[in-house]
Design a protein around this ligand. Structure first.
Ligand code: KIV
Length: 271
């Protein structure tokens, strides 16, 4: 049963692996998102379009092992939605839930509402993603809804997705005023990324707030620069291995001298 409402703030962050999920759960993050950003961010893919249902299931399982008590949401990747088959989408969503997710997120553009409806009909909680939707290659990576037609289209998509039974709306890269209007009109909790402070909650890509991304995006904030100390640790480790100062006998276990003499003698006999 999904417990989120409009009345309590929601902090959501992407997680792709068990150790990160464990940390996020211990920090009481409300929702962990196994986004299709796992492709470019973790798997070295060029685009989210390469992410498969198997990839998402693999990472959902890892996140579930790290965060047994958290709500895990996962993206329905391009592979599951590309040919606009509601049956295929709902089947993929069921596999993702079986892998350990509590809900799925579906990007709502270009008549994908049928995919959403069929998935919800199977009893799977769906978060509808509107605004900038990275799976839509025709959209420029820029704020959506800055002109009248597109703003009205996003409002309409959000309304249709709500009427279809979504439990949550996610808005990416839309003007703050538009996100507020949609939030005010909707009964659903809304989650923003680059959508201003008036949404019920926020989502961020883990690497954008912890210093692993190549740059700091306007919609993000560097809450910690974890990459610099990590790089320093790698450099120190490498230098110590090369200098022979790590490991020492303190980093391993020694053998009982009598036993060692016996083993050594046996080894000589068996040369
Ligand atoms: O895949 C992802 O990380 C996302 C967020 C940017 C919302 O969809």
């Amino acid at each position: 049963m999904v417990k989120f409402t409009k009345n309590a703030p929601i902090a959501m962050v992407t997680a792709y692996d068990a150790p990160t999920a464990r940390l996020a759960e211990s920090a009481k993050i409300d929702i962990l998102l196994v986004g299709d950003s796992v492709g470019p961010n973790m798997l070295g893919y060029d685009s989210v379009h390469q992410v498969t249902v198997t990839d998402i299931c693999h990472h959902v399982s890892a996140v579930r092992r790290g965060a047994p008590n958290s709500h895990i949401m996962a993206d329905l990747p391009w592979e599951a939605v590309a040919d606009n088959s509601p049956t295929k989408a709902a089947h993929a969503a069921a596999a993702i839930i079986a892998a350990g997710a509590d809900s799925v997120k579906i990007e709502v553009e270009h008549g994908r509402i049928d995919l959403l409806t069929e998935t919800i009909a199977k009893g799977i909680p769906v978060c509808a993603h509107v605004g900038y939707t990275p799976q839509s290659p025709e959209l420029a990576v820029t704020v959506q809804g800055k002109d009248f037609d597109r703003a009205c289209e996003i409002i309409e998509l959000a309304r249709i997705a709500e009427d279809a039974g979504s439990f949550m709306l996610l808005m990416e890269l839309v003007p703050a005023e538009l996100a507020k209007l949609i939030t005010d009109k909707s009964e659903l909790p809304t989650i923003g990324i680059g959508a201003g402070p008036f949404c019920t909650g926020q989502v961020q890509v883990i690497y954008d707030i912890t210093g692993f991304s190549s740059r700091i995006f306007r919609h993000a904030k560097l809450f910690a620069d974890s990459a610099s100390p990590m790089k320093a640790a790698f450099t120190d480790y490498r230098n110590e291995v090369h200098a022979g100062t790590f490991p020492t006998m303190e980093n391993c276990s020694a053998m009982n001298p009598d036993l060692f003499n016996q083993v050594s003698a046996w080894s000589k006999i068996n040369e």
